[in-house]
Structures are given as structure tokens and as C-alpha cells.
Design a protein around this ligand. Structure first.
Ligand SMILES: NC(=O)c1ccc[n+]([C@@H]2O[C@H](COP(=O)([O-])OP(=O)(O)OC[C@H]3O[C@@H](n4cnc5c(N)ncnc54)[C@H](O)[C@@H]3O)[C@@H](O)[C@H]2O)c1
Length: 276
């Protein structure tokens, strides 16, 4: 409370209420970010670090991951991790606990995209390619979520009883998949679909679960396309007519960490795009 005094007379008093229990502060957040060495995951890593949190970057790309961790300083470590491996994800979570004492947020951004039709000039979609996409995007995401939720049980609950938060990444392809996306769209529809049941499963364990469904974002995945293709894609959103910026995903991810009342939700972040 502060009291405003003018000419020895009390004018008014201002009372500040700050209920720390309702929000999980980014400053106190210890996050693991899969796919954190590139693109959307990297932007999330940078935002959490900029806001005072700590991050374990979990990615297959050792060079990029180590470089990023070295640039970001003491509150970031890199742990080479294949999200599909139970052993490697468990070891990554241990590394996070050893470095920062706990895991309060698990964000899955690791993913791959392929363009392959169900039946094409070279015959039917190879089954192993289909399985690979499902394995990394869907099974890998589930693997990280389930093991992270267990690690979060060692945390001290805040006033809401919250122990941690899980944020996964789908895509607008989960809803409007295009030609050549039977594997990618199915994997992302799976991620969107598991959000509610996982949030229900983990409610009594103090863990929230939310999913981001990005539209088209300028990451290494898209910036490798020719300029005309990028130009054409940037015309697709309703408004604003441009590609999304990875920092915009990072802001949403931080909001999902902080806002204790946001749970079991899939949020499209896409400038209103509806892919044809
Ligand atoms: N960029 C977009 O427009 C867009 C749109 C919708 C959804 N997404 C989704 O967002 C996520 C991030 O995409 P991005 O554009 O930043 O891609 P990106 O290629 O820049 O980054 C993906 C990262 O995941 C890592 N990775 C791949 N397989 C892995 C595995 N098995 N284990 C651990 N790490 C692995 C890669 O090494 C890479 O660093 C993906 O899940 C993608 O499907 C992206």
C-alpha cells in the first residue's frame, strides 16, 4: 500500500494486490524445450531466457543446440535428445533437474514435415515415411509429456495446487490438411486430439496441458522456399497478410505458462488463415 500526501494532507491510498499463486512466473520457470535449437522452439527458448527463466534445450541438432546454449549463458543448457527415445528423454529431464533443481514446464516443438501423397507417380506413400512422421510428431510429443509430468510431481505446488504445465505444438494442418499431408496432418491432429484427455488425466496431478496450432511461420522450414513461394504463402492469412514471426509463438507459449486458468485448450495462432 502507498499513501499519496499533498500539502500535509492525505489525498488517497493505493493498495497493490499481487497474488503470486495464480500465475506461474516465467522468472521462476524451469523449462525443457524440445526442438529448441531451431525455429519456433528457439524463439521460445530465447523469450523464456529473456524473461528470467531457465531452459534445457532438447534437440537432435548438437551444433545448433550447443551454440545457442553457449550464447544464452548460465540459465541455458543443451542436452542432445531424440524425443522418440524413452531413455534419452528421461536423461534430458534428469539433466534439467541436476542443472536447475526442477522441471516446471515442458514444451514440445520438435517436429518434421514431409510432403507425400497417399498415392503418387512413384506408387503408394511409403509406410516407413508415414510411421516416421507419426513417431516424431505424435509419439515423441506424448513421450516427452508423460515423462515430464512425472518429473513435475517433485515440485512444490503454488496456491492453485499447480506443479507444472505442458505445451505441445500441433499445426493448422490438424484441421485443414492439404494435399501431400496425410502423415503430417494426422500427426498434428493427434497432438490436438490428445490435449483434452491428457489435461483430464493430469488435472489431479496439478499439471495443465495446452496446445499451439501455428499457421505459417518464417522458420528455417519455410525460409528455404524460393522467394516467390514465400510471397505467395504470405498472402494466405486473412490479416495481417504476412508470415507469422516466431516471437509471436514465443509470446503465446509464455502466456500459456503464466495463465493458470488456461487449460485443455488448442489455440490457433495463424492470422485467421484457412488453408484451401
Ligand atoms: N514453421 C511453421 O510454419 C509451422 C507451422 C505449423 C506447425 N509447425 C510446427 O512447429 C514445430 C517447430 O517447427 P519449426 O518450423 O520451428 O521447425 P524447425 O525445423 O526449424 O525446428 C524443428 C527442430 O526439431 C528438431 N527435431 C526434429 N526431430 C527431432 C527428434 N526426433 N528429437 C528431437 N528434436 C528433433 C530439429 O533438429 C529442429 O531443430 C514443428 O512441430 C512443426 O511441425 C511449424
Amino acid at each position: 500500500m502507498i499513501t499519496i500526501v499533498v500539502n500535509n494532507k492525505q489525498v488517497f491510498q493505493v493498495v497493490f494486490y499481487y497474488h503470486t499463486g495464480q500465475f506461474m512466473n516465467i522468472k521462476d520457470t524451469v523449462a525443457v524445450v524440445t526442438g529448441g535449437a531451431s525455429g519456433l522452439g528457439e524463439a521460445v527458448v530465447r523469450e523464456i531466457i529473456a524473461k528470467g527463466g531457465s531452459v534445457t534445450i532438447a534437440d537432435l541438432n548438437e551444433d545448433a543446440g550447443n551454440k545457442l546454449a553457449a550464447e544464452l549463458g548460465d540459465r541455458a543448457i543443451f542436452h542432445k535428445t531424440d524425443v522418440c527415445s524413452e531413455e534419452q528423454v528421461a536423461s534430458m529431464l534428469n539433466a534439467c533437474v541436476n542443472a536447475f533443481g526442477k522441471v516446471t514446464a515442458a514444451l514440445s516443438f520438435a517436429g518434421i514435415a514431409i510432403a507425400m501423397k497417399t498415392l503418387g507417380k512413384n506408387g503408394p506413400h511409403p509406410l516407413e515415411q508415414y510411421q516416421k512422421v507419426i513417431d516424431i510428431n505424435l509419439v515423441g510429443t506424448f513421450n516427452v509429456s508423460r515423462l515430464a509430468s512425472e518429473a513435475m510431481q517433485n515440485n512444490t505446488a503454488n496456491d492453485d495446487g499447480e506443479l507444472g504445465v505442458i505445451i505441445n505444438t500441433a499445426s493448422v494442418a490438424a484441421f485443414d490438411g492439404q494435399k501431400g499431408q496425410p502423415a503430417y496432418a494426422a500427426s498434428k491432429a493427434g497432438v490436438a486430439g490428445l490435449t483434452l484427455p491428457m489435461a483430464r488425466d493430469l488435472a489431479s496431478y496439478g499439471v495443465r496441458v495446452n496446445t499451439i496450432a501455428p499457421g505459417l511461420f518464417l522458420t528455417p522450414m519455410l525460409s528455404s522456399l524460393p522467394e516467390e513461394a514465400q510471397e505467395a504463402l504470405s498472402k494466405q492469412p486473412l490479416f495481417p497478410q504476412r508470415l507469422g514471426k516466431p516471437e509471436e509463438i514465443a509470446k503465446l507459449a509464455c502466456f500459456m505458462i503464466e495463465c493458470a486458468y488456461l487449460n485443455a485448450e488448442v489455440v490457433r495462432l495463424d492470422g485467421g488463415i484457412r488453408l484451401p
